[in-house]
Structures are given as structure tokens and as C-alpha cells.
Design a protein around this ligand. Structure first.
Ligand code: GLA
Length: 391
């Protein structure tokens, strides 16, 4: 996909008069720190160079018109600024509409509607945050076209999450919007979600490559047990707070967890909280490993993260497990784990360049044998965050 294709389509469906803004927002892959963002822990994602391209033009009435190159059969869909319905809206246009709604709620109502055409090269529903990319794309486009210059990128990140939480009803944390908005080429983003403080860690993989493998099992978080996991963590925190002064599971040490876990009086809550606490700890260690150039340690932490997501947090699935477990057996695979919310989607692996062909072959053959279909591979590099681009 290119911005030229999107712009050409815009001219075709909406005409070429007036000034049209062109934008891009990336998807993300999380290296480690899964299901820690709504627990006040650390995450370690990077923005991708894959994402969503969009062209937007202001209208002079209150209509909103949408067209997606990814869903050409839907044609043009229209709506109005006066009929935005939180928690009822469905389909891809609910994301940009949710962002419009969130702008309004945050004190930035749109005076008029707009026409929007989008097209992406990020696989939809694969756990690479096509939703957050669409939210951030809408955010940067509205800011530019309607002159909301006082909004910082972090404000737009917050608006994106607000839209997803309160318009779409998916209680996600801040990671995906943050990565899509604040990404930096060549770097992973180490983010403390409790304080919303981040640092960029150069991801210099030298003789290795970052590879995403798509199970092609659709990962749909709205209506999934995602919100349930979040509630379990909130309940565990509440119980711990009877004995401990902590503001989040991310503020808890592993020693504290071990000393107080029995006060949860529920084996499921122990598993969920153990993941949250130890995953945060692994993410902190992963930054040190990366900074020390100790990629083997980084890989071990990635693998341990997968095991914890599989066994304690229970958000993996047989397809993700097979991909990760097969990868672990291949010499030259530094680390491999499921990435994103889970219940389908993708794994992320760091693989020595020399072993890449073997990696793809082994995973394809194991996957085909067990699930009778082929996984898809994307070799990726960290890219920049959401922005206006030249067409
Ligand atoms: C989804 C959510 C994120 C995060 C991950 C799990 O991608 O949108 O906020 O919770 O799952 O790490």
C-alpha cells in the first residue's frame, strides 16, 4: 500500500477539490511486557513501518464519509457527527468515529464533518494493532485539519485509548496507541505505564532479524476474555492492598508477590497476578539485557514470557504455542513468543540471519502438518510514529 494509491482512490470516490491531508500511522509489535500496561507495569514495543495510510478532507456540513481500500465491497459509508453511539457502533468506521467522539468529549468538538479514505498494509485482526493505528491516524489527521495544535502526541495517544475504552468498549491499556503515536525508527520504546515515562532503546540486532509470524487465527479482543483478565488483575490488586501499600501490580516486587500470594485465596488469581508481576520484572531485565548487548538473555526472557502467557495468564492458543515452541528448537533462534493481546494473532521472534530460511521452513512445515494451513512471515524493522506524510 502507498499513500499515492490512497490519494488516487480519494479523488475517485470523493473528487479532487479542496485541500486533502495525507497521513500514516504504524502498527506495533511488542517485544516483551505483555498484559502489563493496564497493571502499571512496563512494556517494550516498537512501531512498525507497516501501518495505515489515510487521506482526509474537511466537509462543510456535518457528514462523515468513509471508504477503505481494504473493504472495497462496503463502498462509501456515511454517518453524521450527530449520530455517534458509544458501545453500539460496529465495523472499521467505529474506530475513526470513536476518535471523533473522544475529541468531542475531551473538549475538541469538530465544527464540520470530513471525508476519509484509508488503506493499510498491516494484516487486520492479527494482533499488530491495526485498531490503534487507525485511531492514531484519525487523531493526527483531525489535529492537522481542524487546527487542534495544542494537542500533543501524548494527548492524541490518550484520546485513542479513551475512544477504544469508552466508544468501542475494549478496556485496553495504553501500549498500542503509545507505540503507534510515539514510535521511533530503529528503536524499541521502553514505557513505564504507571508514570507514562518512556525512553527509546536502539534495537541494533546486528546479525539477527525481527520476524513476525502470523497464525492467521483472527485475534478479536472486543468480547474476548481480555476484559476478564483485566478484572482479575484489578481484583488481585484489591486483595493485596489489604496487606500491602501498592498502587498497582506493577509496583509489586516478586518477593512481595511470593510472600503475599496466599492472601489472594484463589488459585486463578494467583496465576494471573504472578504473570503480571513477573512479566513486569522480565521487561525491566530485558532493557538491561538489550543495553548490555546480551541478546541471549533477552531471548530467554522472551521465551519465559511466552510460557507465562500460556500457562499462567492463559491467553495463548494452540497455534501460537506451536509456532513459539517449534522456534525454540531451532539453533539461531534467540527468542520467540506470542505478541499482543493473544487468543490468536502473531508471534515475534529474533532470529539469526543465517537461520532465517530454516526458521521459516520448520515453522511452515510443523504448522501445516498440525493445522493444515501456512503461517505468514513478516521481516520487520522499527519505524516512526503517526504523522502527516507527503503524497
Ligand atoms: C492489547 C491491548 C494492549 C495490551 C496488550 C497486551 O494489544 O490493546 O493495551 O494490554 O493487548 O499486552
Amino acid at each position: 500500500m502507498t499513500i499515492q494509491e490512497v490519494l488516487t482512490k480519494f479523488h475517485e470516490v470523493f473528487g479532487d477539490e479542496g485541500s486533502i491531508g495525507t497521513f500514516f500511522a504504524p502498527g506495533r509489535v511488542n517485544l516483551i511486557g505483555e498484559h502489563t500496561d493496564y497493571n502499571g507495569g512496563h512494556v517494550f514495543p516498537c512501531a512498525l513501518t507497516l501501518g495505515i495510510y489515510g487521506a482526509m478532507r474537511k466537509r462543510d456540513d456535518r457528514f462523515l464519509r468513509f471508504y477503505s481500500l481494504d473493504f472495497p465491497d462496503e463502498g462509501i459509508t456515511s454517518s453524521s457527527l450527530d449520530e455517534l453511539k458509544p458501545l453500539q457502533d460496529k465495523g472499521w468506521t467505529a474506530y475513526p468515529k470513536g476518535v471523533v467522539w473522544a475529541f468531542d468529549r475531551r473538549g475538541f468538538p469538530l465544527p464540520t464533518g470530513f471525508d476519509l479514505v484509508i488503506g493499510g498494509d498491516i494484516p487486520i485482526g492479527s494482533g499488530l494493532s491495526s485498531s490503534a493505528a487507525l485511531e492514531m491516524l484519525t487523531g493526527v489527521a483531525l489535529r492537522a485539519l481542524f487546527g487542534f495544535d495544542e494537542l500533543s502526541m501524548k494527548n492524541l495517544v490518550g484520546i485513542g485509548q479513551f475512544a477504544e475504552n469508552d466508544y468501542l468498549g475494549m478496556q485496553c491499556g495504553i501500549m498500542d496507541q503509545f507505540a503507534s503515536g510515539m514510535g521511533k525508527a530503529g528503536c524499541a520504546i521502553y514505557l513505564d505505564t504507571a508514570r507514562l515515562v518512556h525512553t527509546y532503546a536502539p534495537l541494533d540486532l546486528e546479525d539477527s532479524t525481527l520476524v513476525i509470524t502470523n497464525t492467521k487465527v483472527k485475534h478479536e479482543l472486543i468480547g474476548s476474555p481480555y476484559n476478564e483478565r483485566r478484572e482479575a488483575c484489578a481484583l488481585a490488586l484489591k486483595r493485596f492492598q489489604n496487606s500491602l501499600k501498592i498502587s498497582s501490580l506493577g509496583a509489586m516486587t516478586t518477593d512481595q508477590f511470593e510472600s503475599y500470594k496466599d492472601t489472594l485465596h484463589d488459585p486463578i488469581l494467583v496465576k494471573r497476578a504472578r504473570h503480571a508481576v513477573y512479566e513486569n520484572f522480565r521487561t525491566i531485565q530485558a532493557l538491561s539485557a538489550l543495553q548490555a548487548g546480551n541478546m541471549d538473555r533477552f531471548g530467554e526472557l522472551m521465551n519465559a514470557s511466552h510460557v507465562s502467557l500460556r500457562d499462567d495468564y492463559e491467553v495463548s492458543c494452540p497455534e501460537l504455542d506451536l509456532l513459539a515452541e517449534t522456534a525454540w528448537e531451532i539453533p539461531g533462534v534467540i527468542g520467540s513468543r506470542m505478541t499482543g493481546g493473544g487468543f490468536g494473532g502473531c508471534t515475534v521472534s529474533i532470529v539469526k540471519n543465517d537461520s532465517l530460511a530454516q526458521f521459516k521452513e520448520a515453522l511452515t512445515s510443523a504448522y501445516q502438518k498440525k493445522f493444515d494451513k501456512c503461517p505468514e512471515f513478516y521481516v520487520v524493522t522499527p519505524g516512526d510514529g503517526a504523522r502527516a506524510i507527503e503524497a
